[in-house]
Design a protein around this ligand. Structure first.
Ligand SMILES: [Zn+2]
Ligand SMILES: [Zn+2]
Length: 589
């Protein structure tokens, strides 16, 4: 890391003063003890030289007093001003890939610079990366099939819909039914055993076996990662399939209508690699019955024996043209560095993007086109990073530094943070811990959730010591629970994480997530806790060693409200958690 030339002279001078003060403090450690003694009247009869030494020491003490008071200088007005700007109508919901997100990036960079942070790469505060945004349906989506020599065409939108992370491609091939499309070695379960899907289309059921069985090997009634659409398309691709055709698992959902998943509802990476569509279940059920089998029977057999009941469908051939348009845009993580006296550092991060006008992932889809301001999600965390940077940069230089980062692309699937951990500006093995704040603006009765307490040896003990000093009501989760956010990218690189979160509410991912509902006092109270935890991580003799914490029984999704405390996490691909807290049983995949 090279030092940059600060154009902000004021910040430069202030920083130099603080650095000088901190050097003074370390060289005057013993004089400080004597100074204190003198104040207590223990020492008398000072000569001129000693008086002047004491005066220097007093200055140093003053500097120390001023500098070590991050927790007092954290300020509700500063904090609120940042939230208001980021969540303003002018920023139009900060959607990744929009000019308004870039405005937010410039604003954050300006704040980092004013606080005296260094550019993370010696050059600037912005880390550019490409993002595929706005998957849109093209005009040429077709799904045709031949069954026993007879051609049929499905009606777009009524009888078939591509998923937004489907590849754009024209494919054709024979069809193989592969149960739920799951390969789960840990449960000794494989729908693909004994069938060959190479260069064919995989026909699969939604969800997973034994879905409503409390004793299901698939984590009881909670969905596992295997039920995710994205896991299924990756698994099919790994088995050589040309495409995936999904149907609702009606035998486990009697009485429900056979609804197709609307386009754009599913979070995930940009492109699953092969075409992926959903079709009306009755079409595939007919294919199966024409092959002399019965889908209900097959489903209940799978539930019973958890053995593959997969087979190639004779006489069925599918031809499809999937037209999903994408645009590639350059977006930016905003990163500033506050060096310590060693090369080790703590990461403090938050995502600054949100849903824009709510075309994707809105919890109020009927209000798409309206600004989704994302004050809590996540202007609240971003403002926290900015305010912590301002106050902590004014402190003496501790042993370890702080890397302040705000991420783009979180709502589209943790894109900014996963780009960063794969293209780190500073060596990741020097990152002693990552603190993430996502939705910290709705603290009610002091309630704060901290996930990841078990991901670093000794982290929980540190928290147990510090937390009681703060007037907060803290709930812990050892794993990175309470839903997925950017900290997940860091656990994949074995960096211990702490995830601060003030809980879900009915304005989540809606136009009603506005700045006036932010509990500024509560948020700043929480920032004081974050500051103290960070300071401890900066100064402690040893760094917390990473501990891989297993989610409970492979569970996926913090399902019901009651389940939130157990803190089951989301898979790395799902930054957005559309149904979180809304559907009693969990997240629908
Ligand atoms: Zn968020
Ligand atoms: Zn969100």
């Amino acid at each position: 890391m090279s030092f940059h030339t600060r154009s902000n002279a004021v910040a430069h001078v202030a920083y130099a003063l603080v650095r000088a003060a901190s050097r003074l403090i370390s060289t005057h450690a013993s004089c400080m003890r004597r100074f204190v003694k003198r104040m207590e009247g223990v020492e008398t009869g000072l000569d001129a030289a000693r008086t002047s030494a004491y005066a220097t020491c007093a200055l140093a003490l003053l500097a120390l007093g001023a500098a070590r008071h991050t927790t007092e200088s954290l300020d509700t007005q500063h904090y609120l001003a940042h939230v208001k700007f980021l969540a303003s109508d002018a920023l139009r919901g900060r959607a990744t890939g929009t000019p308004e997100l870039e405005k937010a990036a410039a604003y954050i960079a300006k704040q980092f610079k004013a606080s005296g942070l260094q550019p993370f790469d010696g050059k600037g505060y912005l880390q550019a990366f490409p993002v595929t945004t706005n998957a849109k349906l093209g005009t040429n989506n077709r799904f045709e099939y031949t069954e026993n020599g007879k051609n049929s065409t499905l009606k777009f939108d009524e009888e078939f819909i591509p998923f937004n992370f489907s590849s754009r491609a024209k494919v054709s091939g024979e069809v193989v039914f592969v149960g739920y499309g799951i390969t789960a070695r840990e449960y000794n379960y494989d729908d693909y055993a004994g069938v060959d899907v190479k260069d064919k289309l995989a026909l699969i059921l939604r969800h997973e076996p034994q879905e409503f069985d409390e004793k299901s090997v698939f984590a009881g009634k909670v969905y596992t990662d295997h039920s995710q659409f994205f896991s299924k398309v990756v698994n099919a691709k790994n088995h050589g399939a040309r495409g995936v055709v999904l149907i609702n698992d009606r035998s486990n959902h009697r009485g429900e209508t056979d609804q197709l998943e609307p386009f754009g509802k599913t979070a995930g990476p940009a492109d699953g690699g092969i075409p992926f569509v959903q079709i009306k279940a009755e079409v595939a059920e007919r294919w199966i019955s024409n092959a002399g089998k019965n889908l209900d029977q097959i489903s209940s057999d799978i539930d019973k024996d958890l053995k593959p009941h997969s087979f190639a469908l004779p006489g069925v051939e599918v031809r499809e043209n999937i037209d999903v348009e994408r645009a590639v845009k350059t977006v930016h993580n905003v990163i500033g560095y506050l060096p310590g006296s060693t090369s080790e550092y703590v990461v403090i991060g938050a995502h600054y993007d949100h849903l824009g006008l709510g075309e994707q992932f809105s919890m109020a889809p009927s209000l798409a086109g309206t600004v989704h301001p994302g004050a809590d999600d996540n202007a609240s965390g971003t403002a926290g990073v900015i305010e912590l940077a301002r106050t902590m940069a004014a402190e003496p230089r501790p042993k370890r530094g702080i890397l302040f980062m705000t991420f783009a692309g979180e709502e589209l699937g943790l894109l900014g943070s996963s780009y960063y951990v794969n293209h780190p500006g500073l060596p990741l093995d020097k990152a002693v811990a990552m603190i993430n704040m996502d939705m910290v603006g709705r603290i009610r009765e002091g309630k704060v959730y901290i996930g990841g307490a078990g991901t670093g040896a000794g982290l929980r003990a540190t928290l147990d010591e510090i937390v009681p000093k703060h007037k907060l009501n803290v709930d812990f989760s050892d794993n990175a629970g309470y839903g997925s956010s950017d900290h997940t990218s860091f656990t994949t690189k074995q960096v211990p994480v702490l995830f601060f979160f003030s809980g879900l509410h009915s304005d989540y991912h809606k136009p009603s997530d506005t700045w006036d509902k932010i509990d500024t006092g509560g948020a700043v109270a929480m920032l004081k806790l974050v500051a103290e935890v960070t300071a401890r991580l900066q100064e402690s003799d040893s760094r917390p060693q990473f501990v891989r914490v297993k989610p409970p029984a492979g569970a996926h999704g913090a399902a019901s409200a009651g389940d939130q405390a157990s803190g089951s996490g989301y898979g790395p691909y799902f930054g957005s958690i559309p149904d979180f807290g809304e559907i009693p049983r969990g997240v629908k995949f």
